[in-house]
Write a protein that binds this ligand. Structure first.
Ligand code: 13P
Length: 335
C-alpha cells in the first residue's frame, strides 16, 4: 500500500473527518466581525488554538486544514500549531491555492490560481509538518454555467496541483465545489456536479495522479438555495451517492464533503443518511468549515477567554459528525 494511501486512510479512519480551518485572513475577518470580535492575529490564533487543543481532536478530527498564517504560528516558545495538531493525534494540512479569480474568456466565472511557485511553497509546508493540502475550484450553476471552459480549466489546475503535491509526499485534497447559490433544481446540481467531477478525474488520470493517495472533497447534491422545489434529505443522500458512484474511480479511498452553507444540523443529517445508504467502498466523511465552527465561534465571541466552554461546543459538533460519518447519528443526540 502506498504511503499516501496510508495517510489518506488514517485521516478518515473510524468516522474521523477534517476540520477546515483554512479561512483566508479576509474571510476570517468577516467571520469574526459578524460576531463583533476584532480580527487581529492574536484573536484568530486564540480561537483556532481553542479548537485545535479540544478533546475531539483526538477522537474525531483526523486532519485540520490550515491557512498560511496559522501554519506558521506558535502557541508557545516550544510548540508550533502543526506540532500541537500532531500531538493531539491529528494531521496538519494546508490550503495552497491563492484564491479564485475572474476567468479570462468567461468573466462571470472563476478560475483558481496558485500554481506559480507552488513546488517551492510545498517544500516549505512539508518542512513545517503538513501531511496533506487543499485546492478549491469553484463553479456556479445557471442556465449557461458552468461553461466547458471553466470545467476544463479548473480540472486542469486541480490536476497540476495534485501532481506537485504528490511529488512532495503529501495527499492532495481535490475540491471541486459546485455552489448552492441560485434557484436551480437538485437534478441540475446532479448533472453539473457529475460533469465537473468526471472532468477532474479525466485530468487527474492524464497527469498520472496516484488516485489511492487523494481525498475528494465535493459538494452534496442539493437544490439551489433559492429553489422552490426542495428535495428531502433522503433524496439528497441518494442522489449524492449515485453521482459519486458514477463519477469517481474506485481507487479513491475517501470522500470528505464540504458543508457549503448548509446549517450545522442539516450537514450532519445529510452525512448520516449518506452513510446509511452508502453501498460503495468509499469512506464518506466530512471536511466542514462553517458546519463545524459556527456554534463554537458564536459561543466564544461572548467571552473570548472561555476556552473550556468553546471546546465543549466544538467537541459536540465534531462528535455528532463523526457519528454521522458512521451512520450512527440521530436527532435526539443533539442538545
Ligand atoms: P464549508 O464547510 O464552510 O463549506 O467550508 C469548507 C471549505 O473548505 C471550503 O473550501
Amino acid at each position: 500500500m502506498s504511503e499516501l494511501n496510508n495517510i489518506a486512510l488514517k485521516i478518515l479512519e473510524k468516522g474521523k473527518g477534517i476540520l477546515a480551518a483554512d479561512e483566508s485572513t479576509g474571510t476570517m475577518t468577516k467571520r469574526l466581525n459578524s460576531v463583533n470580535v476584532p480580527s487581529t492575529p492574536e484573536n484568530r490564533l486564540l480561537f483556532r488554538h481553542s479548537l485545535f487543543s479540544a478533546a475531539s481532536m483526538t477522537d474525531c478530527i483526523g486532519g485540520v486544514i490550515l491557512y498560511d498564517e496559522t501554519i506558521k504560528q506558535d502557541i508557545s516558545k516550544k510548540i508550533s500549531i502543526p506540532e500541537l495538531i500532531l500531538k493531539m493525534g491529528s494531521a496538519p494540512g494546508i490550503k495552497v491555492d491563492t484564491g479564485a479569480k475572474v476567468l479570462a474568456g468567461s468573466p462571470d466565472e472563476k478560475i483558481t490560481e496558485g500554481l506559480d511557485g507552488l513546488r517551492e511553497r510545498l517544500k516549505e509546508y512539508y518542512k513545517l509538518g503538513a501531511k496533506f493540502t487543499k485546492w478549491r475550484g469553484v463553479y456556479s450553476i445557471s442556465e449557461n454555467y458552468p461553461s466547458k471552459l471553466s470545467i476544463q480549466s479548473n480540472a486542469h489546475a486541480l490536476a497540476r496541483y495534485s501532481a506537485l503535491v504528490q511529488e512532495c509526499y503529501m495527499v492532495p485534497i481535490v475540491e471541486p465545489e459546485v455552489l448552492m447559490d441560485g434557484g436551480h433544481s437538485a437534478e441540475e446540481c446532479y448533472k453539473k456536479t457529475s460533469e465537473v467531477i468526471q472532468k477532474c478525474f479525466e485530468e487527474l488520470i492524464l497527469h498520472k495522479i496516484d488516485l489511492r493517495g487523494i481525498i475528494l472533497k465535493p459538494n452534496m447534491i442539493l437544490s439551489g438555495i433559492n429553489s422552490k422545489n426542495k428535495i428531502s434529505n433522503e433524496e439528497v443522500a441518494k442522489l449524492t451517492i449515485k453521482c459519486l458512484k458514477n463519477s469517481v474511480p474506485s481507487e479513491v479511498p475517501g470522500i470528505a464533503f464540504l458543508s457549503g452553507g448548509q446549517s450545522e444540523i442539516e450537514a450532519t443529517e445529510n452525512l448520516n443518511l449518506i452513510n446509511k445508504y452508502n453501498d460503495t467502498n468509499f469512506i464518506m466523511s466530512y471536511s466542514y468549515g462553517r458546519a463545524l465552527q459556527q456554534s463554537a465561534l458564536k459561543y466564544w465571541s461572548k467571552d473570548i477567554q472561555n476556552i473550556e466552554g468553546t471546546q465543549k461546543v466544538f467537541n459536540h459538533r465534531a462528535k455528532m459528525n463523526t457519528l454521522a460519518a458512521q451512520g450512527k447519528w440521530s436527532k435526539d443526540l443533539e442538545i
